[in-house]
Design a protein around this ligand. Structure first.
Ligand SMILES: [Zn+2]
Length: 204
């Protein structure tokens, strides 16, 4: 059975630097009918589990440690009994949300995560956050970019632990190496493609 991508939208808040915003987050689930991995753990465990169904969860993959992406990761871990994976450069952000728990496995650039007969490749793309990671699924022709690349351009870099020059450098050096037709599944909002965003960002 071929792996597929399932999707939900979960509403809640994002807080950083003393401000709080209402946000809708995408949660992405990659797998088949038997097993899956979850990309990000926003806001509400029940809403995430509705996308998972009764499948075995192999891992909870975090694109970065902003609170709207990891707040319920430990609660989800407890329910589905799967390790949380996060790039260690995001520890300062993680610790703003979770002081009693750490994640389980450090993500590294180029790391391969196998699920349901397909492979996700972790791509370290710092800028929105120091430990921001995208997950490329070559067999599925898509990449999960978290808040690094959206429909319409790079993610926000106005707050602490972000770097505007670095996010653009990461997008050009890493994400724009992927084929134009690669579908981009983002952390918030609609899908796009690598080709559309390459054209929009220009060669600068
Ligand atoms: Zn973020």
């Amino acid at each position: 059975m071929a792996a597929r991508v399932d999707h939900g939208v979960v509403s809640g808040t994002f807080s950083l630097d003393g401000e709080t915003f209402e946000v809708d987050n995408n949660v992405w689930v990659v797998g088949d009918d038997a097993e899956c991995v979850v990309i990000d753990a926003p806001h509400d465990v029940d809403a995430i589990r509705a996308v998972i169904g009764d499948r075995k969860v192999r891992a909870i993959l975090c694109t970065h440690a902003h609170d709207d992406h990891v707040r319920v990761a430990p609660a989800l871990r407890e329910q589905v009994v799967a390790p949380i994976l996060l790039h260690p450069a995001d520890r300062p952000l993680w610790e703003l949300t979770h002081t009693d728990y750490l994640w389980d496995v450090d993500l590294t650039d180029g790391q391969q995560i196998e699920v349901a007969g397909t492979t996700l490749v972790a791509l370290h793309t710092p800028g929105h956050a120091p430990g921001a990671v995208c997950f490329h699924a070559p067999d599925l022709g898509c990449v999960f970019t978290g808040d690094t690349l959206f429909q319409g351009g790079p993610g926000a870099t106005g707050r602490s632990f972000s770097d505007a020059d670095q996010i653009v450098a990461s997008i050009r050096a890493v994400l724009f190496q992927l084929p134009d037709e690669t579908v981009v599944h983002t952390g918030h909002g609609d899908d796009t493609t690598i080709g559309a965003e390459r054209e929009a960002l220009g060669s600068g």
